[in-house]
Design a protein around this ligand. Structure first.
Ligand code: G6P
Length: 588
């Protein structure tokens, strides 16, 4: 949601560099884009609704530029509402993430004072307020600071000043990271991977911090008091980061194929941190798993794994609901937050509240330096590498792998846990080698369907939910995941001849009962897509997933991801950038 990239330095193709940065950030999800550049002392803006076009855009030479990919909140998706926005003098430009909740009151006063507004955004209010503060005699940095202090809500802004060739950034929410380039250049972005070509040394901007960035220096100040602060520079290891698709046509497919390597990495590298988490769980008064979207289905799978393997009860809530279940939290409670991005606002909000109650926070997170990573008391990095496709794939199976290992470690069976994951690895490899053409053909058969039902029991239930979510996200076919036992409590009324039903049928204690559910669907005319270790006569289509005990959920998920991917391809959609979705949901 909303990518940000700013460059100030000595290179005179700053706008091209910003465009390249925005392209890297496209995975965050956006509906319009724009770049402000300084040309002959005034700021000119190129901005458009829709996607950034392929190929070069001709920009004038400049050494300072600021860009933004917008995911609309206030005001429709139009060229005018795209960022950056300028003040009346065209000497200041702003880009913004978040929502200025009291923008309307400020706007009324600014309008009375004669400021002209060209968009419907809350953002534009900010730049006119800063302009007013400068006109009142405040230096640029102070003008931004005092304006930002007036805003209600969670926001991040970057303002460019033509006169001093300076960026000032401030934030109370949304991620921002600054990097020192080589020589006389500095950069700012919403995500560290966008800066990969310039630096490996970053300062992750804290909430309540104001930054002043020129080609020569980066300085930090306290947003409230204006006092100068120290910056905390961190080196980032880029081993797992990559900004290109390699031999694959889409990031989603690349990321699906990376899953075996990731599982292998987890089995071989991350045991000490998981052992540490297991010990913390054993000492805690109740453990809560919190996450959103796909990560929430991993958390739900965690409740089954903990029960089945570790014989422990854990609580589970999606981030947005967690706030209503906090009454049980106390000092000594443990909250494990799962998140690919580490920026999902509902998860961040949940852990803020948990910390206020004295709970300990553990993060299972993929992005180093993310807000969740920094806020958590303890953290485990997923080691899944940068995930670029909006729909999460490899971060999900990485979370499953950690939760499986954790459950086995909790039951003092670490080696068995590793063996089970090795089995998942073989099963996933076999699936990727042998089933793709089969899955493509199934996608061709399903492409015109309006609804798909997905059933599972026990551990396969969260996987049924995740499979349905993946199909919805990238192919826009309505898909509904459910516990197969719930079928006869309503959903079966919708089944008619030819209704597709994906049934997860692993070789475990759920097999018989789950098969019964599939039979009930089949008897009413449904076409059954069986995802199982062996074929069955009621299957109209069959995807083989070899057994890997509890870790069968990993190859089962991969099968569903591939089906979703090929459904999107059959329908002609771009699976990497589904409409209306954002990779990091940083606004409520
Ligand atoms: C967004 C993404 C989903 C993701 C969810 C949680 O909705 O589109 O793919 O599962 O956020 O994201 P997180 O980064 O916290 O795992």
């Amino acid at each position: 949601m909303c990518g940000i990239f700013g460059y100030v330095g000595t290179k005179n193709n700053a706008s091209d560099l910003v465009l390249e940065g925005l392209r890297i950030l496209e995975y965050r999800g956006y509906d319009s884009w724009g770049i402000a550049q300084l040309v002959d002392g005034v700021i000119s803006v190129t901005k458009k609704a829709g996607r950034i076009p392929d190929g070069d855009i001709s920009f004038k030479a400049t050494t300072i530029a600021l860009g933004h990919t917008r995911w609309a909140t206030h005001g429709e998706v139009t060229d005018q509402n795209a960022h950056p926005h300028l003040d009346c003098t065209q000497k200041l430009a702003i880009i913004h993430n978040g929502i200025i909740e009291n923008y309307d009151k400020i706007k009324v006063n600014l309008k009375k004072a004669g400021h002209k507004f060209l968009s419907e955004t809350d953002t534009e209010v900010a730049i006119h307020l800063i302009e007013k503060n400068i006109k009142a005699g405040n230096p640029f940095r102070e003008a931004v600071r005092s304006a930002f202090n007036e805003f209600a809500g969670l926001n991040a802004i970057i303002v460019m000043d033509a006169a001093s060739k300076t960026f000032v950034a401030a934030k109370t929410g949304s991620p921002l990271v600054v990097g020192r380039g080589k020589g006389k250049e500095n950069l700012i972005a919403s995500d560290a991977p966008a800066l990969i070509n310039y630096t490996d040394t970053f300062h992750f901007v804290e909430d309540g911090e104001l930054l002043e960035i020129t080609q020569d220096s980066i300085r930090a100040f306290d947003q409230k008091t204006g006092q100068e602060k120290n910056l905390h520079w961190q080196k980032v290891d880029w081993k797992f980061a990559s900004n290109d698709k390699g031999k694959y046509p889409h990031f989603m497919l690349k990321e699906i194929h990376e899953q075996p390597t990731i599982i292998e990495t987890i089995v071989n590298q991350s045991i000490p941190s998981i052992e540490d988490l297991a010990e913390t769980i054993l000492k805690s008064y109740g453990t809560y798993l919190v996450a959103c979207g796909t990560a929430a289905y991993a958390a739900l799978a965690g409740t089954y794994l903990f029960s089945k393997i570790a014989r422990r009860h854990v609580n589970y809530a999606v981030g947005s609901e967690f706030g209503y279940q906090l009454d049980f939290l106390k000092k000594g409670s443990l909250v494990i937050a799962l998140s690919q991005s580490g920026e999902t606002i509902d998860v961040i909000d949940a852990i803020k509240k948990a910390k206020e109650k004295g709970a300990l926070v553990y993060a299972l997170v993929n992005v180093l330096g993310s807000t969740l990573y920094r806020m958590a008391d303890y953290k485990i990095l997923l080691m899944a590498g940068a995930e670029k496709a909006v729909a999460s794939t490899k971060a999900f199976t990485a979370k499953l792998a950690y939760l499986i290992l954790l459950s086995y470690i909790l039951s003092s069976q670490k080696e068995k846990g590793k063996r089970v994951l090795q089995k998942a690895l073989s099963s996933t490899n076999r699936l990727l080698q042998n089933e793709i053409s089969n899955i493509k053909q199934i996608a061709q058969k399903l492409v015109n369907k309006k609804h798909i039902y997905v059933i599972g029991r026990g551990l396969a239930y969260p996987i049924a939910l995740e499979a349905a979510l993946k199909i919805k996200e990238v192919s826009y076919i309505h898909a509904e995941g459910m516990a197969s036992g719930e079928l006869k409590h309503g959903p079966i009324a919708l089944v008619e001849k030819g209704t597709p039903c994906i049934a997860f049928l692993p070789d475990d204690e759920t097999h018989g009962a789950n098969l019964a559910g599939a039979m009930e669907m089949s008897a009413r005319g449904a076409d059954i897509i069986g995802i199982s270790f062996q074929p069955h006569e009621i299957f109209d289509y069959f995807i083989r997933v070899d057994d890997a005990r509890e870790a069968t959920i990993i190859p089962e998920t991969v099968a569903a991801q591939l089906l979703a991917y090929y459904l999107a391809i059959e329908k002609g959609f771009d699976p990497d950038k589904p409409r209306n979705l954002a990779k990091s949901v940083v606004v409520k």
